[in-house]
Design a protein around this ligand. Sequence first.
Ligand code: FES
Length: 490
Amino acid sequence: VCSTHISQLPTEVLLRLFRYLGPEDLCRCGQVSSAWSNLSKTGSLWRHLYPVRWARGDYYHGPPADLNQEPDEEWVKSLQVEGKAYQEWDEDADVDESDESCEESLAISAAQREKELLNGMIQNLLPAVGSSVRSIVLAYSSTVSSKMVRQILSLCPNLIHLDLTQTDVTDSAFDSWSSLGACHSLEYLDLSGCEKISDHTLRKLSLGLGDLASPTCSEKRAERRNKRLKSPPSPISLFAEQFVGPKVKIYKERLARLGAAPCSPAHLWVLDASKLADIEDAAEGNQRGVFSATEGLGFVETQAAGDLCCCTRSRKRALRTGFRTSYWQQQYGFGEALCGHSTCCTGEKALRTLGGPQCESINTRVHTGAEFRTKCSSEGQWCLERDNRTVQSNTPRSLRFLSLSGCYQVTDMGLRGLSQLGGLPLLEHLNLSGCLLITEVGLQVLVSACPALNDEHFYYCDNINGPHADTASGCQNLQCGFRACCRSGE
Ligand code: FES
């Protein structure tokens, strides 16, 4: 009987198996060997992080949309008790621990576990997988600090969902959003009950969401790239004679002897990789170091021989030009070989990015809610991306949900800041309950920059006669005992 030890399984198979595991099991697997440790730090395994739940034995790791948004009241209460016990213990650490009741010590150890988990995540996990992380839920955490949040946000630039409900964070937590487009992909931000948050955070948020008025560098680059791909193939750049190496000269002489000379400059198709920096195949070529003068000459020969692109060159020629061509041909057969050059492969078959032979070769990126998936062309299935490359939403200022409930320091200045740089065109849900210092004027400015706002999900103080007064929902904090409200106690 032939048996295979698990260590002999190919990496792709192991990764597929790892996808069935939760965070606890993945951490255990990471302790088996260095190979497993590396594999367990694959970005696609860590899309959604719930450290507060994980510290209490709930290892849910799916998208937040599949989770009940309203947490169980009992659960919230127990977290609040834990937080209080932990803070008291933390402030007065020299108290004789033997005096603590059993219940209190359990609460303290749960909070300590949470803090250790957060520190471990920041130091060991996020540096490896941060750019793949899409959601972080830290709601009701009693141990998360502004410094921790700042570190997390700078390690996770592609966040879509951030929940900091009822935490003790301050404005400094969002320092990494102080540059344009720093939280470009953010769609969901819950700061309910974060009482230390002020207008500074809203200004940073607005800046981080990007500027709709002037296109960002990445948009400009994408625009240039699209323009190039749409334009008919034409020589991109000619090497000036003084830059052509001796090998190229020898090949040119040989071509001349074969009758293809004189090569008119218009037929020279030597790609200058530096000018293709924004075309992915060139970037990939650069990474692999395969854009050599010889390969460039392969291009020259093909064109000179009759305007055929390198996709269709002969097997003999393909073998001569080395790894790159033979790789494509191994993958896709000789008859249908694709070179992968955006400039000569058009339509569906053009290869865009190369992530690995088994899955990512021909891919289509689709954004479904809070999840990015890559179509696996070889198997016709959807599978999660396995690499750790940076992915960003195409639309800046894609915020759809914003809750500042109980953030009583926020003023009209903050709302004005949010309305700048193009407003919030996709915002549907806005909760400003308990924002005691805002006025009708500030609300009006913001609402005029939020065309998608749904009145049913628009909450603000009942005492303000603001926009959509008849249809908007009122203050949500009237019945809430622990969030700011001008009518609390009535
Ligand atoms: Fe005014 Fe709640 S903040 S009614």
